[in-house]
Design a protein around this ligand. Structure first.
Ligand code: 13P
Ligand code: SF4
Length: 329
């Protein structure tokens, strides 16, 4: 129990929490997975770290029957849809995604009615109900390939208008109908912040997540998902990189690239929901086996089709990232 832990000093307390988490994980035969935006201490204790696509795949492959998902709700829900016989726990049940909440079933049905027969590509940052009404899902690392793989010219893309607009610029032959959703974390960054940061670090490359609006993307040397950014950071000759996404990403980038420098262009590049999970809540989750994320079997059966179509279109063996690389220097 948390109340039994030593309170002598923070360091001792944190060490004790970590020890309990590791012991409980073994006892409950659980694994901990965490998204790249999570707090550094959560990333460090996780068994698997990754972007949305990597984590969805990883949970399907692990033998463990209990998975503690340190991320936001739609991620744990996706894991649960794909793995109905596993117990998927989220340490903080309030950890949601404001972008996923910007579209609901009613809105999507209305859009589908207005454009009959047009296939719906749904960003994984969405609810199970919305996925259930979509033809195929995508994540930021495969969105371009998924949209390109559809034979149709006209496509409905929900809910991220920034990711959808980015795909439209890359696939001009498509006619993409956008939903007006966005990620507040990427949206709140001003173009001026990028320009200033580039001036401060003139040798640095700028990599950006496709959830960024066009005013930021137009300055990018590389555009890709969080795992794409990791690969780019390792492969580029640049020794300094400006990170155009949530600041949590910098922890992993620094750890895996000790010889390179990473800068955040803004102190506001923070997703509050991703930061809700702390070591304390992780311990609470393992101790009490909470909070289980489950969807009704009716919704699960429908939503798993859109997810499986995505996974089939991008088999793990063939998951060569085709994200945009634009080396300017
Ligand atoms: P990826 O890790 O898939 O790039 O997604 C970023 C994100 O916003 C998750 O909420
Ligand atoms: Fe949602 Fe944006 Fe936070 Fe990702 S970073 S969980 S898209 S609000």
């Amino acid at each position: 129990m948390l109340k039994d832990l030593p309170l002598a000093d923070d360091k001792q307390y944190i060490l004790a929490i970590k020890k309990r988490i590791v012991a409980l994980k073994k006892e409950k035969k659980a694994i901990i997975v965490a998204h790249n935006y999570e707090r550094p201490e959560i990333q460090d204790i996780a068994d698997i770290l990754g972007d949305s696509l990597e984590l969805s795949r990883a949970v399907t492959k692990v033998a463990a029957k209990v998975v503690v998902f340190c991320g936001v709700h739609f991620m744990a829900e996706t894991a649960s849809i794909l793995n109905p016989h596993k117990k998927i726990l989220i340490p903080v049940k309030e950890a949601g995604c404001p972008m996923a909440d910007m579209i609901d079933l009613k809105g999507l049905l209305k859009l589908k009615k207005a454009s009959p027969g047009v296939p719906v590509v749904c960003y994984v940052n969405s609810s199970a109900e919305v996925k259930a009404e979509s033809d195929v899902c995508c994540t930021s690392s495969n969105a371009l390939d998924i949209v390109a793989s559809l034979p149709d010219k006209k496509i409905i893309f929900v809910p991220d208008r920034n990711l959808g607009s980015y795909i439209q610029t890359k696939l001009p032959e498509k006619d993409i109908l956008l939903w007006e959703g966005f990620c507040p974390t990427h949206m709140r960054i001003a173009e001026e912040e990028i320009i200033t940061c580039k001036k401060q670090h003139p040798k640095a490359k700028f990599m950006a997540h496709p959830e960024c609006p066009q005013r930021l993307l137009k300055h990018a040397d590389y555009i890709g998902s969080t795992s794409g950014m990791l690969k780019y950071s390792k492969s580029t000759k640049a020794k300094e990189i400006i990170v155009g996404t949530e600041r949590g990403m910098i922890h992993r980038l620094k750890r895996e690239n000790p010889g390179k420098k990473f800068y955040s262009p803004s102190e506001h590049f923070i997703c509050a929901d991703m930061k809700l999970t702390t070591l304390g809540w992780l311990l609470h989750s393992l101790e009490n086996m909470v909070y289980e994320v489950k969807v009704s079997e009716k919704i699960r059966k429908k939503s798993v089709e859109a997810l499986n179509k995505m996974l089939k279109c991008m088999p793990a063996s063939n998951k060569k990232t085709k994200e945009t690389k634009r080396e300017k220097r």
